[in-house]
Design a protein. Structure first.
Lengths: 375, 375
């Protein structure tokens, strides 16, 4: 296949970042062909930045119908991700979608079905899947080194956002404008990594969200969630945008020990024999399994966004497996949807999620949101 | 006052440990005068160990009425702590009680009222209050260095207990024999330190307990609890006896930063200006308060049990303040009672606790317990 002609949907912060490295020739086998945005000013600016040969369009449809792009990178509003992707699928155009996959799983499920039917290459921009620490954690779990998972615990509170950040756009941190707060805007990477590394979703969720607790916003700025997995393991996920300096610490325990990722390091406390085996054979009072603190080598080479874009382009050209298949975007979103639903109903939420119920309660909040979009 | 003549109630593991250092002359102004135990064998053994001059009794009443003791150290079964203490109070005899204060707060409240009416010195064996790391944490909170508390998080999972430990006594880990599991047997120190260092109890609790999940026992071997404090702060407490090597990590965040105690170290991440002040004045998009990672000196001198016993003896002789007033034992017990009640009712538990409701549900479990005591 010739070079993949990429179109960028939405030339804001993230769209511009992607446009820069694609137009800079940093993705083998791809070129920046077009950009679409609702702002004529931004389109003029894009031509100045990326050359007069760049095709610009004021609508997604116009770009998709122009014959100038083989693939699009979706960087518009969260709510519009699924509909934009589905327009591309209908035309056989490949899609790489910024996180989150969407705002509610009901629309994302439709997107996934359309993707499967189309046969195009569909990926999510889960660039943190390329971070060696998390790849190594997944490796240690997938290969059985940690044994059956017992407990997961992620304290991810280093997402500090000031009131001035929220005030910088009227759509920010509103139900109608963004559809969520720290879970939907800051945490999609961690929610994806949480399920991706341990290889399972919970069977039920009980979450406690505070809405506008530390900031003048509609959505949540603090969350504690407790989950139970199908294998009996439990987990906790804690996040907020109001703490400084915050913490980023992921602990996963299994039958063969404990892994902690914190401060850019992964430590594996490995039991010489598994805990269940020790427990079965030990006859004394206060003993415990022999434990080795292991230094596991982890590469420091993190390629981030470019690695995901390159993998997607490679997949289009040569069929290699996707690092972050688009269909998996629904998994992390299911977690945040379930957390909201649990907080709103002050009760347990079983998975699979009651998507209609979630959508209904979200719509109630959108209807009374302080932000009223034009659409 | 002359030397305080101490009687030990129950000469098992802990009773023996206390008897050794008291009889060894390690507590200034005190002597080991008597021991009582229901086992004649243990009493004979005690005379062999501590000398023929030791008075021995087969009942608490006999010891208390003998005129041989001024003060008792209670180390018998959890259920009997309050009734034993009240017998001493009625006779003007001072009390130092092993943790927990009792099994349910209803009986402990009666004990506290009797203690107050008696005017004797009543202390709890919360020896971990003498650990310099926790004293320093309390100091940094009490003095306002950390500012208003925002969030607490204690992962205390290094209480490994094998099945053989539980099998070593029929009363162990039964509702009738011990009245609880990891919360009542292993965690009383942490539950006390959790409330003592931050200086407040939650206003409500939502807890998730697994009963006999990893061990063949009646009571809980795994707990995750979420709490909300009167000032709006939130907290999480996680414990289990089934993990190796386990974790002991306490994180407390406040308006002026974050303190973490782990691996025998205390680290204070101190904000130069408080978070609320930064948030009010900052006008940019992604900034956050300047943060200093501070090495705070912490003494390594931990005197443990002996320090509590010495303080209690000093208080009897000279009136110094108690490190762990007996009346405060109810605070940590309130936390564990609330966690059980939340798990049993699968819902929120508000504090002050509904003590009658808790007692009623505990009695149901005791009635069907596999352990049937003789009393």
């Amino acid at each position: 296949m010739n070079r993949v002609r990429i179109g960028i949907v939405g030339i804001g912060n993230m769209g511009t970042a992607h446009a820069r490295y694609v137009s800079g020739g940093e993705i083998n086998g791809a070129e920046l062909a077009a950009v679409c945005d609702i702002s004529a000013d931004r389109l003029r600016w894009a031509k100045e930045q990326f050359g007069e040969a760049l095709h610009t369009f004021e609508s997604v449809d116009a770009m998709l119908d122009s014959g100038t792009v083989d693939a699009i990178l979706i960087c518009n509003l969260h709510f519009d991700h699924p509909s934009t992707a589905m327009k591309a699928f209908a035309r056989g155009i490949h899609v790489l979608c910024e996180k989150p996959a969407g705002v509610y799983t009901k629309q994302v499920r439709e997107m996934n079905e359309a993707a499967a039917a189309s046969g195009v290459k569909f990926a999510m921009m889960f660039n943190q899947r390329t971070i060696p620490l998390y790849k190594k954690l997944k490796d240690l779990i997938d290969s059985g080194e940690l044994g059956e998972i017992r407990r997961t615990n992620w304290i991810i509170t280093n997402w500090y956002r000031s009131q001035s950040y929220y005030d910088s756009g009227k759509w920010r941190a509103t139900w109608a404008g963004e559809g969520g707060g720290v879970l939907l805007n800051q945490c999609p990477h961690q929610l994806d990594l949480w399920q991706w590394t341990v290889g399972m979703l919970p069977s039920r969720v009980r979450a406690f969200c505070s809405f506008g607790k530390y900031r003048d916003i509609e959505v949540e700025d603090e969350v504690t969630a407790y989950v139970e997995y199908p294998n009996g393991a439990t987990g906790v996920f804690i996040t907020t945008t109001a703490e400084a300096p915050g913490t980023n610490r992921l602990e996963v325990t299994g039958e063969r020990g404990k892994i902690v990722i914190e401060d850019g390091k992964l430590t594996f406390w490995r039991l010489r024999v598994s805990e269940p085996e020790f427990n079965q054979t030990f006859k004394g009072a206060f003993g415990q399994p022999e434990c080795w603190k292991c230094d596991v080598p982890v590469s420091t080479d993190s390629k981030a966004h470019k690695a995901i874009t390159q993998n997607w382009v490679d997949s289009i050209r040569t069929g290699v497996n996707l690092i972050a298949p688009g269909e998996e975007g629904i998994r992390g979103l299911t977690l945040s949807n379930a957390m909201y639903l649990s907080a709103w109903t002050d009760g347990w939420v079983e998975l699979p999620l009651d998507e209609d119920r979630f959508h209904e309660l979200l719509q109630e909040r959108i209807a009374t949101s302080r932000y009223q979009s034009n659409t």
